[in-house]
Design a binder for this molecule. Structure first.
Ligand code: ZN
Length: 349
């Protein structure tokens, strides 16, 4: 879940780190500046290296959205948040991971799936796999590669520290989400944004980056890979698109998670009182997911039309009591089905 209530607020006797010009202060409670490895997650330098190598592949463009200045294991460092786009532009799949640092399964699953994503994005893939008939024509119309926007590790500092936010371990009232989009989302009367300013410098840059891609990569399908650290019960996924719990893509994701052995809460209400149907909930939470699904947003002092994603899925896997390896496998099972999910969305054109 994204806006869960405070889990266990850490005493706020920390000193903001102002060493890095241009970076926001990073609160450092005692003993929290060591990189976190207890759950077996891929350590940050290796993960970043895997992503950077992906950026060097033909057919992909790598961009650095921002760097977060920090001190980890006694060393000052700048941790980059990368975005990768396919050379092929057009209606696209957005894959987002690691908005919350204590939810490592998504970024790890995306790192393990880079070769597969490269395959899905390659327009030659189907020409290779569709055998030709005697007259040299492909039996099936060769499909084009899937245009993609991949932001696999949105909050690298949170990941390194196992902190939910880059500036706080867990408390949503003190910490800031890099994906917060309230400054772009319209308030109810549509006469202005919900907040005058971005929640943080990183949220400003993250959303500006996504905004800058809307024209060349209009989002059709978005999958944001999260996890749920609530100990009170199993998670449910979110479907932020117009079809909400009736979205077949969301229903497929529920099935894939169940098949991967992830328990989900199928009915009842969310922590915030929203209905859960078939393991799927909808929430207006001001997140990047809500922004991708929105038909309008606030820009240049006015409401503007934007391409709205048809399916916006927020994946959730339970953190407590389930080994990270199994959670990663569950996220991977969704990524593996991307061509089928993509087809489902396109059929609704
Ligand atoms: Zn999350």
């Amino acid at each position: 879940m994204r806006k869960s209530p405070a889990i266990s607020p850490v005493p706020t006797d920390s000193v903001p780190n102002q060493d890095h010009a241009g970076s926001q202060g990073v609160a450092r409670p005692p003993n929290a500046n060591k990189s976190y490895t207890e759950d077996g997650r891929t350590v940050l330098p290796i993960l970043l290296d895997q992503f950077e190598r992906h950026g060097n592949k033909t057919g992909w463009q790598q961009q650095e959205i921002y760097k977060i200045g920090a001190e980890i294991d006694g060393r000052k460092t700048d941790l980059p948040c990368y975005s990768f786009t396919t050379e092929r532009e057009g209606p696209a799949v957005y894959l987002i991971g690691g908005i919350h640092g204590e939810e490592p399964a998504g970024p790890n699953a995306l790192a393990k799936s880079l070769a597969l994503l490269d395959h899905f994005s390659d327009q030659r893939t189907n020409q290779r796999t569709n055998p030709k008939t005697s007259d040299g024509q492909n039996k099936k119309r060769p499909k084009e590669g899937i245009p993609m926007v991949l932001i696999p590790l949105a909050n690298p500092l949170g990941y390194a520290l196992n902190w939910r936010y880059y500036d706080h371990p867990s408390d949503g009232r003190q910490g800031h989400s890099v994906g917060d989009s309230e400054h772009l989302l319209l308030r109810e009367d549509q006469q202005g944004p919900r907040t005058a300013q971005a929640a943080s410098e990183y949220a400003a840059r993250f959303t500006e980056h996504v905004r800058s891609l809307l024209e060349r990569y209009p989002p059709l399908l978005s999958i944001d890979f999260h996890e749920d650290d609530d100990i009170r019960g199993p998670p449910y996924i979110y479907s932020q698109g117009p079809l909400r719990s009736e979205d077949l893509v969301a229903k497929s994701v529920v099935q894939l998670l169940q098949k991967a052995g992830m328990g989900l809460q199928m009915t009842g209400k969310t922590t915030y009182g929203e209905e859960i149907r078939g393991g799927i909930a909808y929430t207006s939470d001001g997140s990047i997911d809500e922004f991708l699904a929105a038909e309008k947003y606030w820009h240049d002092d006015r409401a503007m039309i934007k391409p709205a994603a048809r399916s916006v899925i927020v994946v959730e896997t339970p953190i407590h009591g389930v080994a990270l390896e199994r959670r990663i496998a569950a996220h991977q099972s969704i990524i593996r089905r991307l061509p089928q999910l993509w087809e489902m969305v396109q059929e609704r054109a």
